[in-house]
Design a protein around this ligand. Structure first.
Ligand code: 13P
Ligand code: SF4
Length: 320
């Protein structure tokens, strides 16, 4: 009898106990798994360190591991590589980019910078290595206000690439920042109207929001902060219901940290799942396993860019 031979697919390489296999590979490779809160729950659960962009870059700066497996997006893994040129930095899916980073192309930004020659450049970490290399200081959503407050009042500042975070920082510091016109597709998807309807249904719920959201959403927020700050806030608050205006991946940690509280994802404009970051969600536990097993895809970047991008990151770490 003729039996068709089934072609081997990459799925044949996936062990049934993925958690066990990844933990074995961590030991074998002397690897650390760093994950952002926007990753799927399984990845968050296997990570050695879970955090926001600042926490992740601090961990990357201090790790003794030989291999960094970055469960996040490209600019995050690239930052880890800038800090660790001699380590192997893996990203489970190289296509995990960022709409905000893409909204700031280096050539156009160079021209923008040239048009403001007396300004220093503070860039949000959500940008490419080329933009970091054109910047004076990097910041994240958790330290942007603190960093801008350390710059002498008479020093003019360009803030790039997120116009929403920039506007928020300008309001908080009273500084007149020159903003690059970039944004994040996820944080601009929330509907003010649907959020108000949700608040009417749940009048005691607090609205908590990431500063990458647009002003109409931030206007209704009881608390605004980075992902780590939002996580801490919902634990400390007296409230037991929250409408969460950021990528809903973080709700996994919120539910773990405060199991008796209720977390409602802020709704998107259409009835879609567009509040999930399509880039972050490209990483899966299977791809993370395969990246460790195959030691690829690896993050690489030209040394000249790396060296230029390192200084503004180091300034951020010192000023945080
Ligand atoms: P934080 O990690 O600083 O909270 O920023 C969220 C984000 O959009 C990461 O891409
Ligand atoms: Fe980029 Fe927005 Fe996704 Fe963060 S949530 S990685 S800023 S697209």
């Amino acid at each position: 009898m003729f039996t068709a031979v089934k072609p081997k697919t990459h799925l044949d390489e996936i062990p049934s106990d993925l958690f066990g296999a990844i933990n074995e590979l961590k030991k074998e490779l002397n690897a650390v798994v760093l994950a952002h809160y926007y990753q799927e729950a399984d990845i968050q659960d296997i990570a050695d360190y879970l955090g926001d962009s600042l926490g992740l870059s601090q961990q990357a700066a201090n790790t003794d591991a030989e291999v960094i497996v970055f469960a996040g997006v490209h600019f995050m893994a690239e930052t880890a590589k800038i800090l660790n040129p001699d380590k192997l930095v893996l990203l489970p899916d190289l296509a995990a980019g960022c709409s905000l980073a893409d909204s700031c192309p280096p050539e156009a930004f160079q021209a923008f910078k040239a048009a403001h020659p007396d300004h220093i450049v503070i860039s949000y970490i959500n940008c490419s290595a080329e933009i970091k290399a054109l910047s004076d200081i990097i910041c994240t959503s958790s330290n942007a206000v603190k960093i801008v407050n350390q710059i002498p009042a008479e020093q003019p500042i360009i803030f790039a690439p997120d116009r929403n975070l920039g506007r928020y920082v300008s309001e908080q510091t009273g500084r007149d920042l020159v903003l690059w016109d970039g944004s994040c597709i996820v944080h601009e998807t929330f509907s003010e109207k649907r959020m108000i309807e949700l608040k009417v249904e749940h009048p005691s719920a607090e609205i908590i929001a990431h500063p990458e959201c647009e002003p109409p959403v931030l206007r209704h927020a009881d608390y605004i902060g980075s992902t780590t700050a939002l996580l801490k806030y919902c634990q400390q608050s007296q409230s037991d219901q929250f409408i969460v205006a950021t990528e809903p991946g973080i709700i996994h940690q919120m539910e773990k940290a405060a199991p008796n509280k209720q977390f409602i994802p802020a709704p998107a404009m259409n009835n879609c799942a567009c509040n999930e970051c399509p880039y972050m969600r490209l990483n899966t536990l299977e791809k993370l396993y395969l990246a460790m097993k195959n030691k690829a895809p690896e993050i690489t970047l030209p040394e000249a860019i790396r060296v230029k991008a390192l200084q503004p990151i180091q300034r951020m770490l010192a000023m945080s």
